[in-house]
Design a protein. Sequence first.
Length: 374
Amino acid sequence: MSDDSPLIRPLSDLFPATSRWIYVDAATAGLLPETARERVSGVLEAQLLASFGENHALSMLQSCREFFARLVHAAASDVQLFPATAAALDAVAVRLDTRRHNNIVLCTALTRPSFAAFWRVQARRLGLELREVPVGPDGFMTAELDTLVDGGTALVALPAVSHARGWRLPVAAIGSLCRALHVFLLIDASASVGILGIDVVRDCIDGLLVAAEGNALGTQGAAFLFLSGAWCGAAEPFLRRGRTRDCRPEMPNLLSLAAAQEALRVIDGCGVAAVERHALALAERLRAALEELGLPVERPGIAGQLGHVASVGKPAAATNSPPRDHRLQKFAEQLASGRVRYALRGGQLQFGFHLYNRLRDVMDVRRIAAQSLV
């Protein structure tokens, strides 16, 4: 999609942060539209005037479920919202059958630290073996996963887009493998839903977790969880541990719910397919521009694993490692002084794109990179 798209261009003006920053940090957190503030203010005013009732809250909740369901091609009845990602993960963990299973499969090197830490704790608590998928230099190897998953696997928990490296994992191939072995597949899509297309039916995904603040789907205080009705019959049993005394399921904070509703409405109006084309095109433009300058751009050797995140630099084992290349160190200093928001992970600089980004963001980052190399 071109920078002058009649669909994307007007929407990019809805995000006030883009006038303050060169914001290419969708790998960490997305931006909220200006209209989310208006929606939150309206809900807050209604509460102050005692004109906001339970029916309003339930209507907002259902609206969010329907918007999210459309994003991932699910049934709204299989989508639930939680006040935090930990509560959503608990909803999955409480249902694991440890009588017939003895292991959990992760890829800690590519997964958000909090997501991996949760499942490491659960493995210890439940007495399950934790199996790690090794990471190769050319991308995520589904064949490596195939050697680890067996009839005793209770859960495969992987990201849709890797926290480190920025790779787009082959979710459909992973899903097919897990489905063939009747293994539950949980995908952490906190850096991809709303940016990249995900189809939970096509991709054989049994569970899908999204932290609302991760990719412009709301603020902290809301987490989405899709659970396949084919796997558990319905999502409702997963709420039992989180019920309040009046027997109603816990809900996200109302203001978080209001922000999520408006953010989802904007993305729904644009269409994920259009956002994906736009974000992928900008990420590739930046990769090509930085490669022309001689910088070490990350390109997985396996086809189909380039996404909306452009990564630069040689990867390091530790997530908080700084770049080892002196050119990238100087580049990072120039980015900070140039008011560029990006991510620094595992020795790499990561630039993530979303619907609010424009070609000028790519050119600004390229300009700063060229200046840092002088």
